[in-house]
Design a protein around this ligand. Structure first.
Ligand SMILES: Cc1cc2nc3c(=O)[nH]c(=O)nc-3n(C[C@H](O)[C@H](O)[C@H](O)COP(=O)(O)OP(=O)(O)OC[C@H]3O[C@@H](n4cnc5c(N)ncnc54)[C@H](O)[C@@H]3O)c2cc1C
Length: 355
């Protein structure tokens, strides 16, 4: 490993659902950006890789449209018209008292949209291909980084050397950048896992999302394009593992017991996934020449469907702060600049996480 490093304004570790929008936003602001991700880009768009379907708030959708992303996933967006929250027990009909959030009470626009994560990743990559100023380095990994007074230098496993004014950790819950910057976290495990699978049903869902509170935790039925819904089903981790191990018939019967008859005959289709659930909040979001965004800064329970929406708000805030600083000739990696971002985002993230 020798020679001069390739220079960028910002180096982003993690080209996931927060890292790539940040790269696009910074490129729009005139920055030269490198994105380093450990995964081969072909892997995380495979239908077997990630079964999650994300609820994207209207504000996040507007942001993704501004970044040239939403246009590439239009046919995969399922509007959320209503949200119904109720409780009950498996095998019984839902309790008669429930909360109903109807989009027509606040305007004409839907409450948001559901989109499969893999379609969002494809759309992000298409937007990246149309954008100048972003270099994607994947698969590769950061072996080490050194923060100097005027820049941060990064060494990749491939031997490539990079230098930038700022290194951003958008590398998820187990963030290498957070750990190696000695940023502590607070939080706990819920001792539960979120089972995720897709079901097909006979009747249309009309864009209604159902949150069904069962004794073991929430069972969410989230509308997808067509007569399909995504289940996010919370269970104690041991039971979740047992459910995942059932044969197709047994698993379908357990789903049906909780799903109820309201969408007619239903059957699970495709793979099943399980995600351990925990709360994890970084104590700090910044260090000199280092900033954290997305799950690297805050990992929350998926119940509210807000983790990614918070990450996208981090992206908007950090891009805004950096563009502002650059415009008036300030150092984008200086702590005084980065503290503006931290002050802006930490309160919002913590309030939602503990709500
Ligand atoms: C069951 C479930 C349902 C959810 N539903 C919703 C929802 O409906 N709405 C919502 O807003 N949120 C939802 N979330 C949360 C949402 O999925 C996350 O908040 C979001 O994926 C975080 O994106 P991220 O880019 O910060 O992290 P990640 O998605 O974890 O991406 C991190 C990226 O960094 C890369 N990486 C990792 N380590 C390194 C390294 N050392 N160097 C370089 N690259 C690295 C990874 O390959 C990956 O590409 C849900 C979560 C779960 C578990």
């Amino acid at each position: 490993m020798s020679g001069d490093p390739t220079k960028f304004d910002v180096i982003i570790a993690g080209g996931g659902l927060a890292g790539l929008p940040l790269a696009l936003a910074l490129a729009q602001g005139g920055f030269q950006v490198a994105v380093v991700d450990v995964l081969d880009p072909a892997v995380d768009v495979d239908p077997e890789f990630d079964g999650r379907v994300s609820s994207i708030a209207e504000a996040s959708l507007r942001m993704l449209a501004g970044l040239g992303v939403a246009q590439h996933m239009q046919e995969h967006l399922q509007p959320i018209n209503d949200i119904v929250v109720t409780d009950g027990r498996p095998g019984e009909t839902a309790a008669p008292l429930f909360l109903h959030f109807d989009h027509t009470e606040i305007g004409d626009a839907p409450l948001g949209a559901m989109v499969e994560n893999r379609h969002m990743r494809v759309a992000l990559r298409k937007a990246l291909a149309n954008s100048e100023g972003v270099t994607l380095m994947a698969p590769d990994r950061i072996v080490s980084f050194d923060v100097a007074p005027s820049h941060v230098s990064v060494t990749l496993a491939s031997g490539i050397l990079l230098a930038g004014a700022l290194l951003v950790g958008a590398d998820g819950r187990r963030s290498q950048i957070r750990q190696q910057s000695d940023i502590q976290t607070v939080g706990w495990s819920y001792g539960q896992s979120g089972i995720v699978t897709t079901v097909e049903h006979a009747l249309p869902h009309d864009g209604v999302a159902q949150e069904y509170f069962l004794p073991s935790g929430p069972f969410a039925v989230l509308p997808m394009v067509g007569n399909r819904s995504s289940l996010v089903w919370t269970e104690e981790t041991e039971l979740a593992e047992a459910l995942l191990g059932l044969d197709d018939e047994g698993f379908a019967a357990e789903c049906a017991k909780r799903f109820g008859p309201y969408l007619g005959e239903m059957k699970p289709v495709g793979p099943r996934w399980s995600y351990p659930l925990s709360l994890q909040l970084a104590r700090d979001y910044v260090r000199p020449r280092i900033a954290l965004v997305g799950d690297a800064a805050h990992g929350i329970h998926p119940l509210a469907g807000q983790g990614l929406n918070l990450g996208l708000r981090d992206v908007a805030a950090l891009a805004d702060v950096l563009v502002d600083a650059q415009r008036v000739g300030l150092d984008i990696g200086a702590l005084v600049t980065l503290h503006r971002y931290e002050r802006w985002r930490r309160f919002d993230n913590v309030s939602l996480a503990v709500a």
